[in-house]
Design a protein around this ligand. Structure first.
Ligand code: SD4
Length: 303
């Protein structure tokens, strides 16, 4: 089999995130430092319309970000519907480290970020604004599967959405994870997806492993998907079996309602075994081993 994985993350752009996480770790960073560094890469990428800067806005034209970071010792920080700060993952980390809370949302999250000295800027790029204005002509809300991997300099009005979910272990089996997104393009104002919600978009547990999700967040939130994956692993399932179980559960539960919808799960156990499974073909993920060598793989799908 493959060498044990140290870092896994969602989609093709996970490869660059894994490299940044690996570099931070090699420079002496903690697991939390490293998963944060990884998540920051797609957040800052202007060609990625699904995370952070240049994410597509909500239907009122506001770019709003969701993020969570967690370790395996009860450390959790999250923000939802954050505006004007590019690195939502770093704000989530500050929530974990400097507040008595686990999550801040909307105006409160935005003000907290400003008060903490995060650079305030518009996250709406001309490109993303044009895609939004084009979308307004029809206002047809139909999320497109796997748009995450179609990063382009010429957005065509497709309903891009995407997330990076990143899981990391150290050689002793300690774990941390991060998940960050601008959510679904052209979502309703105030909509919060799975990504920032502990147990839905991300879950990490000492002695077991972690899981993260991507795709249409509502279908993950409904079943607390990542917590379910980790619970299966705790009960003895391999990461692969656990990812397959939750995807089958969603398919059974939702029937025709998930036709054409993508949901993908990615899991890593404390020993470095990896699992991934999704509803539709097209979900990819990046795996990095202890030597820093990264492979991008296609997840198997139910349909
Ligand atoms: C959401 N799950 O906000 C996120 C979007 C996503 O890949 O993962 N896209 O629903």
């Amino acid at each position: 089999g493959a060498a044990p994985a140290l870092i896994v993350s969602t989609w093709d752009f996970g490869a660059a995130a894994n490299a940044a996480a690996f570099a931070r770790r090699s420079a002496g960073g903690s697991l939390i430092d490293s998963v944060e560094a990884g998540a920051m890469v797609p957040e800052a990428d202007p060609d990625n319309h699904s995370v952070g800067y240049s994410g597509y806005p909500d239907r009122d034209g506001h770019v709003t970000l969701d993020a969570v970071i967690m370790d395996d010792a009860g450390g959790v920080g999250a923000v939802a519907a954050l505006e004007n700060t590019m690195h939502a993952i770093s704000v989530a980390r500050r929530v974990m480290e400097r507040t008595p809370h686990t999550m801040l949302v909307g105006e409160g999250a935005t003000r907290f970020a400003r008060d903490q000295g995060f650079k305030q800027q518009s996250l709406l790029t001309p490109e993303a604004e044009k895609a939004w204005r084009d979308w307004l002509k029809t206002a047809d809300y139909r999320p497109e599967a796997n748009s995450e991997n179609r990063i382009t300099r010429t957005p065509g009005g497709a309903l891009d959405h995407d997330t990076i979910g990143l899981l990391m272990r150290d050689p002793t089996g300690r774990m941390a994870g991060a998940c960050t997104t601008s959510g679904m393009a052209f979502k309703m104002r105030g909509r919060v997806g799975d990504s920032p919600q502990v147990g839905s978009g991300l879950y990490v547990e000492a002695g077991v492993g972690g899981a993260t999700s991507t795709g249409l967040g509502e279908e993950v939130t409904r079943v607390a998907g990542s917590a379910r994956v980790v619970a299966s692993m705790r009960a003895g399932a391999s990461p692969q079996q656990a990812c397959e179980e939750v995807v089958r559960h969603i398919a059974r539960l939702r029937g025709d309602a998930i036709r054409g919808v993508q949901v993908g799960f990615l899991a890593l156990d404390t020993k470095g075994a990896v699992g991934a499974f999704c509803l539709l073909p097209g979900f990819t993920y990046a795996v990095t081993d202890a030597r820093g060598s990264t492979t991008v793989l296609k997840a198997r799908s139910l349909f």
